[in-house]
Design a protein around this ligand. Structure first.
Ligand code: ADP
Ligand code: MG
Length: 246
């Protein structure tokens, strides 16, 4: 098999908060265009792991390579790293006093000092991509939760990231709004975006993930093809978790 371009490599990652060791020894590799769905019980360290990959949390030990380069939070420009590694959270935090279009244009205009007209055209293209062209000039307050989350995804894409991290992007949504956000992520996956997605949507994991990683008490204890994880998990703890959630 041809060797894939490595986009993310996490090696022996450790992270504690005070005395609590939250990430014990996490190793994970993600190739270009791969979708990894990260599952596991609440408190197992999923958010901390992806926040470390985006350097919102700073690791205590181990290495994080982005596109083959080990990132040293003390020396490297983390703003640049975060442009490459976009992140979407459970709560969308759109700027309430800016229109949808202005929300999407904000970061590229500030961070990249980009041309305003070009940025606007790109923002409109992204809005079309997430199916919200008609909402360009409205304020976030008038959007549904699902629409807000799709704007948040477009806003993150405006920085032209190579990698997207999602932390339970549908957990705060009413059930009937979950599908449209999953559909947007599925479309991104089909376009070849490299993604790590924390979600409890097992149907989505089955359909879209290249790999499913099961996290338990600060470690990834099993990572396999979705079919393997869901039909034939190797670890007893994976089986127990899936029995509880499926
Ligand atoms: P998950 O996303 O899988 O639910 P988290 O990564 O959010 O897990 O949390 C893992 C553990 O780390 C939990 O016990 C949580 O209380 C703790 N934790 C997370 N963030 C912090 C923080 N900023 N300060 C102290 N403890 C934290
Ligand atoms: Mg979490």
């Amino acid at each position: 098999m041809e060797k894939q371009t490595e986009m993310i490599r996490v090696q022996n990652l450790k992270k504690s908060f005070g005395k609590v060791e939250v990430l014990k020894d996490v190793t994970l590799q993600v190739g270009k265009g791969e979708v990894v769905v990260l599952i596991g019980a609440s408190g197992s360290g999923k958010s901390t792991l992806i926040r470390c990959i985006n350097f919102l949390e700073i690791k205590d030990g181990g290495e994080i390579y982005i596109e083959g380069k080990s990132i040293d939070p003390k020396k490297d420009d983390l703003t640049k790293v975060r442009q490459k590694v976009g992140m979407v959270f459970q709560h969308f935090n759109l700027f309430p006093h800016k229109t949808v279009l202005e929300n999407i244009m904000e970061a590229p205009l500030i961070a990249k000092k980009a041309d305003k007209e070009a940025t606007k055209q790109e923002a409109l293209r992204l809005l079309q991509k997430v199916g919200l062209s008609e909402k360009a000039d409205v304020y976030p307050a008038s959007l549904s939760g699902g629409q807000k989350q799709r704007v948040a995804i477009a806003r993150s894409l405006a920085m032209k990231p190579e990698i997207m991290l999602f932390d339970e992007p549908t957990s705060a949504l009413d059930p009937e709004l979950v599908g449209e956000v999953l559909e947007t992520m599925k479309q991104l996956a089909q376009e070849g975006m490299t993604m790590i997605i924390v979600t409890h949507e097992m149907g989505f994991a089955k359909e879209v993930a290249d790999w499913v990683a099961f996290m338990n008490q600060g470690k990834i204890i099993e990572m396999a093809r979705p079919q393997e994880i869901f039909n034939n998990p190797k670890e007893e703890r994976t089986r127990e978790f899936l029995n509880r959630v499926l």
